[in-house]
Design a protein. Structure first.
Length: 537
């Protein structure tokens, strides 16, 4: 995209991760509503560390091809209008005796400064990239990234890391040191076990530290782990790897045994293994298997995020002043991000979200439903997104909202949660959830009991902000005998329009909650008009 097609008001930034094996580029555009759009992602195998670890010197041919790719990446970024281009280099450059020569060459070729980062900083950035894109809940996770020259290890939860480390163990480093003369041949069990013993010795201090943290979940990134996991999925599940798939160690071990028993030519043909990585895959596989064995971790969750995603997260944290001090969950971030991408009426969406969860809480207080905090959270997020279909068209916007939610790959949610939220938005207008609608019929039986209550809360909340002016600022429910419920509306001014809109939901309320609904308005003219303040990102 030519630079002149990008509005000068929208900042574009690029992030270049120069690793030992590959170079990666990410280009994003920051939108006025604090969301961002990915413009380009590129990856090229450059093998910058090839031949380096014997002589501690970057080799001329590796430097030549790396600089060629980097020039191309920078040209892409600048053609897209990138003002800021953040370039970092990792293990291969930071350990090279001719590091400064390379940095100078890089600056001359690209007109950029190259930031050579430490192993711990690399680990921190990888953690940022992965943790902001996955819902950890209450888990304490071990993050593992196996690169060409080093392996980065982090222990952390959703928001903070407790431990950062970097090991001088990588797929290229081990392959060039221990397998150099046998790259094209099968590897015996004895030689493979010797390689594992070297890994245990090199990682002894790190392993001792990690055992003290006792992580209950392992998350792996990098090409090595994704290739091995993809091969396992194809072999045992007959499908490709999906984001955040969890792969058992037992399946990985069978794939690793297959790979080491094959010559290089046959290894390149194994489904899921990138042919360009086949010559170094066993070195990386030995690191993964050994660490999982030593830490008694029998499965690994695979993330497709990497250092470049961490560079983006770090850039945002440094340059965007947060609007609230509380931590915002990755789920809330992904929902608000989607809403802003679709240009939703944010003030209205927040008002409806606040009102719908207030209704939900009132209904629960009166024991008219037995749903809990999980369903409440889904209602809140569905309500925030209920009108994003207006991005495409007013006509059938409920159906457009459904489609966008189902296909937006919201971060931190599983497919069932996404289906419940999407169905809640689909039925927020006049339709009643019934099996005759594919969007409802596709739900499981438990979800079919949840959606009617959630979408009715949304429908009522939508009616209570009909003028998009926050007139109704509070709702209170109370029992009127055994068969009726009174809804008291606290309004800033006359609310006849809202009451007329509520009449459309009286039958559905009685059908869903088994009570007749009686509405009573209370006008508090002196009360300030309030707007929901949640999720100020």
């Amino acid at each position: 995209m030519p630079a002149n097609l990008i509005s000068s008001k929208l900042r574009v930034a690029a992030f270049l991760d120069l690793g030992t094996n590959s170079a990666r580029l990410l280009v994003v555009r920051f939108n006025p509503n604090r969301s961002y759009t990915v413009l380009a992602q590129q990856k090229e195998v450059v093998r910058l560390g090839e031949g380096e670890f014997e002589e501690q010197t970057l080799q001329p041919e590796a430097v030549r091809r790396t600089l060629y790719v980097c020039r191309h990446f920078v040209d892409i970024a600048r053609s897209m209008g990138a003002r800021d281009i953040i370039a970092v280099a990792t293990s291969a450059v930071r350990e090279a005796a001719n590091q400064m020569d390379f940095v100078v060459q890089f600056r001359k070729e690209t007109r950029l400064n190259l930031h050579v980062i430490s192993g711990r900083e690399e680990a921190r950035l990888i953690y940022l990239g992965i943790s902001r894109a996955i819902n950890l809940g209450k888990h304490k996770a071990l993050f593992l990234d196996i690169g060409g020259g080093s392996t980065e290890i982090v222990v952390g939860d959703q928001w903070n890391h407790q431990y950062l480390d970097s090991l001088k163990l990588g797929a290229i480093r081990l392959s060039s040191r221990f397998l150099k003369n046998r790259i094209d041949k099968p590897l015996s069990a004895a030689r493979y076990h010797s390689l594992q013993e070297h890994i245990r010795a090199a990682a002894v201090r790190t392993l001792r530290n990690l055992r003290r943290y006792d992580p209950d979940l392992m998350i792996g990134s990098s090409g090595t782990i994704m290739n091995l996991a993809d091969a396992a999925c194809r072999r045992f599940l007959n499908r490709r790897l999906r984001p955040n798939d969890v792969i058992p160690l037992s399946q990985l071990q069978k794939v690793i045994r297959l790979l080491r028993e094959l010559p290089l030519d046959e290894r390149r043909k194994v489904p899921g293994i990138n042919p360009d990585r086949a010559d170094i895959i066993i070195g990386g596989a030995a690191i993964l298997e050994t660490l999982m064995q030593e830490l008694n971790l029998d499965e690994i969750c695979v993330s497709d995020c990497s250092l470049r995603d961490g560079l983006l997260a770090d850039y945002l944290a440094r340059r965007q002043r947060p609007r609230r001090t509380e931590a915002v969950s990755v789920r809330a971030q992904s929902v608000i991000h989607l809403g802003r991408i679709c240009g939703f009426d944010e003030a209205h969406a927040r008002q409806i979200a606040a009102m719908s969860v207030s209704l939900y809480d009132e209904l629960r207080r009166l024991r008219l439903h037995d749903l809990g905090a999980w369903e409440r959270e889904l209602l809140e997020y569905a309500t925030l997104l209920h009108d994003i279909g207006l991005f495409l068209s007013f006509n059938n916007h409920h159906a457009h909202s459904y489609y966008l939610i189902r296909n937006a790959d919201l971060i931190g949610f599983d497919q069932r949660e996404i289906a419940i939220m999407a169905a809640t938005t689909f039925f927020h207008r006049k339709m009643t959830p019934r099996n005759k609608y594919e969007e409802f019929d596709a739900l499981d039986e438990e979800a079919k009991k949840i959606v009617p209550a959630l979408c009715l809360c949304l429908k009522i909340a939508e009616s209570l902000d009909r003028g998009h002016d926050g007139n109704i600022h509070r709702v209170r429910l109370s029992r009127l005998g055994k068969k009726r419920v009174r809804m008291t509306l606290y309004a800033s001014h006359d609310c006849r329009f809202e009451m007329w809109a509520l009449e459309n939901h009286l039958a559905a309320f009685e059908d869903t909650f088994g009570r007749q609904l009686v509405v009573r308005p209370v006008v508090q003219r002196k009360r300030a008009n309030r707007r929901a303040q949640a999720y100020r990102l």
